[in-house]
Design a protein around this ligand. Structure first.
Ligand SMILES: *Cc1c(COP(=O)(O)O)cnc(C)c1O
Length: 222
């Protein structure tokens, strides 16, 4: 028996603690699928390409209470568009980008919510700060006062077993706690964007506050 989108949403929601935000990753899926998920109650959507998101948002203008999350690699030349189109940017992955976003936010008079993307293990296929790099950049990040830096985001490398994946999520959670203890004036560490379709059930016990789910909701991307 195949289940409907709204049944899948209901089931996953029931399995998540109320403190965890379900972000429906709608990349590659058309606006009508976003509308169906919206009608099933979803208000948070994740996209990873600026142009694709812009055209879907144009089709969904009658749904004003969507929170849009950017989760893809962000090039500096698209930073302005990202701030204009998205409420959250999960994938701030280096200091230069953070400073660029901060300057644009100031110019535009907005204060986007962001997560800092960290790599707990080396991973040539992913961008993000290593732990020592992030710790070294905290002072400069704390000065990005037009960004609301809310926490950390991580994507474990492909091919880890369950124990290794749990270790990555716990290390990210512990890193956030360590930063929190340093009492920065402008760095909040209350959000952990961790967990995708294949591993969110491991991310939640480690303290995830935002799971980013695509395939398990919308099906396989082609
Ligand atoms: C595509 C994507 C997801 C969703 O992945 P699924 O495995 O389909 O749930 C989550 N996070 C990021 C950063 C992505 O690029």
């Amino acid at each position: 028996m195949t289940s409907s989108l709204s049944q899948r949403i209901t089931t996953i929601w029931a399995s998540l603690p109320p403190s965890v935000r379900l972000i429906a990753v709608s990349k590659t899926f058309p606006a009508e699928d976003i509308r169906a998920a919206y009608n099933a109650g979803i208000r948070d959507f994740g996209e990873n390409r600026i142009q694709e998101a812009a055209s879907k948002q144009a089709e969904l203008q009658d749904l004003p209470d969507i929170t849009w999350h950017f989760i893809g690699r962000l090039q500096s030349n698209k930073a302005k568009k990202a701030i204009e189109l998205f409420d959250w940017i999960h994938s701030v992955d280096n200091l230069k980008l953070a400073q660029r976003l901060n300057q644009l936010a100031q110019e535009l008079g907005v204060s986007p919510q962001v997560c800092l993307q960290v790599k707990i293990l080396p991973d040539p296929n992913k961008s993000g700060w290593s732990v020592p790099e992030l710790l070294a950049d905290l002072l400069a990040l704390n000065q990005c006062k037009d960004l609301q830096i809310q926490g950390l985001m991580t994507i474990p490398p492909l091919g880890l077993n369950e124990t290794q994946t749990i270790d990555v999520f716990n290390a990210t959670s512990n890193l956030a706690k360590e930063i929190q203890k340093q009492n920065w004036s402008h760095l909040k560490m209350q959000e952990l964007s961790m967990g995708m379709s294949g591993d969110y059930q491991l991310a939640v016990p480690a303290g995830s506050t935002m799971v980013r789910l695509g395939t398990i909701l919308f099906g396989q991307r082609t």
